[in-house]
Design a protein around this ligand. Structure first.
Ligand SMILES: NC(=O)c1ccc[n+]([C@@H]2O[C@H](COP(=O)([O-])OP(=O)(O)OC[C@H]3O[C@@H](n4cnc5c(N)ncnc54)[C@H](OP(=O)(O)O)[C@@H]3O)[C@@H](O)[C@H]2O)c1
Length: 300
C-alpha cells in the first residue's frame, strides 16, 4: 500500500503519519512540502518530498492507493491565498488523479466548511470540498480545532493573556466572541478518523468531526488569564461588537496581521460546533475529552 500526504510537513501530518504507520506497518508513506530544507519528516513517514503542487510534475510523485490532502491556509488574510490553497489544490488533485493511479482521496477540510459561508476560510474550504465531492472514492473530513502541540488558538489565547497584562485588565473584547463556542477534537481521535477513512466505504462520506465538549472562548480565556499573574485572572471587558468592530478590523487586524487576521476574528465571532454522530460512527467510540489538554496548554 502506498499513501501520500500533501501538506506532509504540517501540524496534522505530524499526528496522522504515526497513526498510519501503526495501522499499516507495511505501507510506504510519502509526505510532500514546498520547502524540504526547513521542514522535518513526521514520525512514521518514509520520505518527505519537495513538491510544489503548482509548479512540479504530479507524475513525479508516483502512484498511490490513498492520497490525503492536508494542505490548507489559515494564517494569511488575502482571499487569493485561500483560493489557491483550497479550491486550487482540489482542482489540481482532480486534474492529476489518473496520473497518480486514481487513489482513494481523503480531504482534510474544516468544521463549518460551506460554499456560502461569510468568512473566506470556511467559504473556500466549502468550495474545495464541493469540487472533490463530485468524484467517486472520496472521503471528506471536516474536523473542529484539533489539539496539536502548536494549535493556533492556543498561541492566540496566550498572546491575548499577555496583551491583557500590558493593558492592566482593560482589554475590551466583543461579547459575541466571548460567548461563542468551539468543540475541539484530540489529535489522536483525528488521526484515528483518517486511518479509518483509508478503508473503502468508510461512512459517512462527508464527516463532521468534533469532540465531546462545547467550550466557550470565555472559558478558554479564563484559563489563559489564570497564568498571567498581574491580571489576577480577571476576564476582559465585554463590549458590543458594533462598538469595537472598526478597532478590530482597522486598528488590530490590518495593522498587526501577525497577531490576528480579520478572517480569524470573524471565525471567533461564531459558534463552530456540530453533532457528534459522524465522529462516533467513524471512530467506533466516543471522542475523548479535551479539557485536560486546554488546562495544560494554556496554563503551562
Ligand atoms: N490544525 C487544526 O486544528 C485543523 C482543524 C481543522 C481543519 N484543519 C485543516 O487540516 C489541514 C491541515 O492542517 P494543519 O494544521 O496541518 O495546517 P498547517 O500546519 O498550516 O499545514 C498546512 C500545509 O499546507 C501547505 N500549504 C499551504 N498553502 C499552500 C499552497 N498554496 N500550496 C501548497 N501547499 C500549501 C503548507 O505546506 P508547506 O509550506 O510545507 O509546503 C503547510 O505546511 C488544513 O487544510 C487545515 O485547514 C486543521
Amino acid at each position: 500500500m502506498r499513501i501520500g500526504i500533501l501538506g506532509g510537513a504540517g501540524q496534522l501530518a505530524l499526528v496522522i503519519s504515526p497513526a498510519l504507520r501503526k495501522r499499516f506497518p507495511q505501507a510506504e508513506i510519502i509526505g510532500t512540502t514546498r520547502n524540504s530544507k526547513a521542514a522535518r519528516k513526521a514520525p512514521g513517514m518514509d520520505r518527505l518530498l519537495e513538491f510544489d503542487p503548482y509548479y512540479f510534475d504530479w507524475q513525479s510523485l508516483g502512484r498511490f492507493d490513498v492520497l490525503i490532502n492536508a494542505i490548507g491556509q489559515f494564517r494569511r488574510s488575502d482571499d487569493d491565498c485561500f483560493e489557491r490553497a483550497h479550491m486550487g489544490i482540489s482542482s489540481l488533485i482532480i486534474a492529476s488523479r489518473s496520473l497518480l493511479g486514481t487513489p482513494r482521496l481523503i480531504q482534510i477540510s474544516a468544521l463549518g466548511a460551506d460554499p456560502e459561508h461569510p468568512t473566506p476560510f470556511l467559504r473556500t474550504k466549502g468550495q474545495a470540498d464541493a469540487i472533490l465531492a463530485r468524484e467517486s472514492d472520496v472521503q471528506i473530513l471536516r474536523p473542529s480545532i484539533v489539539c496539536t502541540p502548536k494549535t493556533e488558538l492556543v498561541q492566540r489565547l496566550r498572546l491575548l493573556g499577555r496583551v491583557e497584562r500590558w493593558l492592566g485588565g482593560q482589554l475590551p473584547l466583543p461579547r459575541e466572541m466571548m460567548r461563542s463556542c468551539i468543540q475541539p477534537l484530540l489529535a489522536d481521535d483525528l488521526a484515528k478518523a483518517v486511518v479509518q477513512s483509508c478503508l473503502p466505504n468508510a461512512a459517512p462520506r462527508i464527516a463532521e468531526l468534533a469532540g465531546p465538549e462545547r467550550i466557550s472562548l470565555r472559558r478558554l480565556l479564563a484559563l489563559a488569564l489564570k497564568n498571567v499573574a498581574q491580571s489576577k485572572g480577571r476576564l476582559p471587558r465585554e463590549v458590543s461588537l458594533r462598538a469595537i468592530q472598526p478597532f478590530l478590523r482597522y486598528g488590530l487586524a490590518e495593522r498587526f496581521p501577525s497577531l490576528i487576521t480579520y478572517n480569524q476574528i470573524q471565525l471567533l465571532l461564531r459558534d463552530n460546533t456540530s453533532s457528534r454522530d459522524d465522529t462516533l460512527t467513524l471512530l467506533g467510540y466516543r471522542p475523548r475529552s479535551t479539557l485536560a489538554y486546554w488546562q495544560q496548554a494554556l496554563q503551562s
